[in-house]
Write a protein that binds this ligand. Structure first.
Ligand code: NI
Length: 227
């Protein structure tokens, strides 16, 4: 299931991110790819110890923590610090799947990647190509979002970034370990939660049917969550 979150960053915030990232210390991204990925990855990245990457990454994490749809869709347990990358001059990332287990020794953090998240920072009309192509159950989907929007997709899916043939595509990517590892169980919980949220304003505060749906939601979550 692909979920698109709009306005994770508003237009002013994303413009300020771009201004600051324009002067960043971009490095060859192949250095952080696994052995299989090196041959297919051609982009630039900010290092993990880069102060600007840490500051902007923390600000994204704060935004996500306060974003009800993100919380509901991800049921996040642990989140990998956002990684900033830049594609230009034909840069691309061929078909790959993300590592299942990721370890960050300096933060004593190990996560199982259940969900991959890509936050688009460049305006879509400022570059050509650069679609995130995700192979899903019902075929491939090409994703290219407005600056400030984020797509969540299963880390288990094969995906690629198409070559950027004009301009620059800057994104922040992250990986999430969910309390509910199973993608289809998580999708059911998300659908149920979305419906409860949509119905609640139309009903009285103590509406018994809404209360029963909330009861079902939490008991399914109790059954499926393995924090
Ligand atoms: Ni990937």
């Amino acid at each position: 299931m692909l979920i698109i979150l709009e306005n994770v960053l508003d237009k002013d915030e994303v413009a300020s991110f771009r201004d600051r990232l324009a002067a960043a210390d971009w490095q060859d991204g192949a250095g952080t790819a696994g052995t299989r990925s090196i041959s297919v990855k051609q982009n630039l990245q900010l290092g993990r110890s880069d102060g600007l990457a840490q500051e902007l990454g923390n600000s994204i994490l704060r935004k996500l923590g306060n974003h009800p749809e993100f919380v509901s869709a991800s049921l996040a347990e642990k989140i990998w610090p956002p990684v900033f990358n830049l594609y230009q001059n034909g840069g691309h990332y061929g078909t790959h799947s993300d590592a299942a287990l990721m370890r960050l020794p300096e933060a004593d953090l190990t996560i199982r990647s259940d969900i991959s998240a890509t936050l688009f920072l460049s305006e879509a009309d400022s570059y050509d190509g650069g679609e995130l192509i995700i192979e899903e159950q019902f075929g491939a989907q090409a994703i290219k979002l407005a600056a400030g929007d984020m797509v969540l997709y299963p880390s288990s899916s094969l995906h690629q970034v198409a070559p950027v043939t004009r301009g620059q595509r800057i994104c922040a990517i992250s990986w999430i370990q969910s309390a509910v590892a199973d993608t289809s169980a998580r999708a059911l919980l998300y659908d149920l939660d979305q419906s409860i949220r949509a119905l609640t304003p139309e009903r009285a505060k103590d509406d018994p049917e809404i209360n029963r749906l909330i009861h079902v939601y939490h008991n399914l979550l109790r059954r499926w969550a393995k924090p």
